[in-house]
Design a protein around this ligand. Structure first.
Ligand code: MN
Length: 264
């Protein structure tokens, strides 16, 4: 590969021919976190506590102590997050190969279906229909499901808890299996609080976007936004979690590079 590829890219970014789209939700105390029924332990929401702000505790500087669970807001699911990925040597936030933090993205837009059906499930049929229009999902890609769920700014509507569990769209088990086994993707990303559908506890296997993805050393991205600004193909994602020792995931900034000078 020519050395000039990077310098061309840098120039294109400076000229804004390549635009950077921020796929990250703002992390704040009101950021919704996943709800689990007892006796399972809940995660801490995000909190921020002032250390000093140009005052007697720190005359020239402002900073905070922050706390949250690893899976808070826009966040990365590392393979060891799930029991199926527990034995992977390169499945923690500090051991994942960093080469995999930069990868192309395929965006499957099912926002219309999700607007009509809060429990919409993506199936292999939808993926194959997408591929007919946009080409085969390349190996090593992120596959992102655009649901427009991030436009639910009210935390209750975002979590959408019902008596029978959350009503939130996601993939069915066959769709996850297809992406893992037939397409060998880098990972699976969604706009909702978790990568699995709200009713996925009742799937076979339960929580396939966790069980099958992480068991195959694939990643997850949850609580993404601005997927409506991405083309179906052609975006390049930068998604690198914090390098927490033996971390199961972390909040992160997810950036998409898109080329406005190209049609595809
Ligand atoms: Mn997670």
């Amino acid at each position: 590969m020519s050395k000039s590829v990077l310098s061309k890219l840098a120039k294109a970014i400076l000229k804004q021919d390549i635009r950077i789209i921020d796929l990250t939700q703002t992390l704040q105390p009101s950021t919704p976190v996943i709800q689990l029924p007892p006796p399972m332990s809940p995660t801490k929401p995000f909190s921020s506590e002032l250390i000093s702000r140009y005052d007697e505790k720190g005359p020239a500087w402002y900073w905070n102590n922050i706390a949250c669970g690893e899976h808070t807001g826009t966040h990365f699911d590392a393979p060891i997050h799930w029991i199926t990925g527990r034995d992977l040597d390169d499945g923690a936030t500090d051991t994942v190969n960093p080469q995999r933090f930069v990868a192309p993205a395929c965006v499957i837009d099912v926002s219309k279906q999700c607007a009509k059906d809060e429990r919409f499930l993506l199936t292999p049929k939808h993926i194959l229909a997408w591929e007919k229009k946009h080409g085969k999902i390349p190996k090593g890609s992120w596959v992102l499901m655009r649901s427009d769920w991030s436009k639910r700014t009210d935390p209750a509507a975002f979590l959408n808890m019902h008596e029978d569990g959350p009503h939130v769209p996601g993939p069915n088990a066959d769709a996850v299996r297809f992406l893992v086994e037939e397409r060998d993707i880098n990972g699976w990303g969604v706009e909702a609080v978790g990568t699995d559908a709200g009713q996925a506890f009742a799937f076979e296997p339960p929580f396939p976007a966790h069980a099958l993805m992480h068991g195959s050393n694939k990643f997850g991205l949850a609580s993404l936004c601005n997927l409506d600004q991405l083309p179906p193909t052609g975006a390049l994602l930068i998604a690198a979690p914090l390098k927490i020792a033996n971390g199961s995931g972390s909040p992160l900034r997810v950036l998409a590079l898109i080329d406005d000078t190209q049609d595809d």
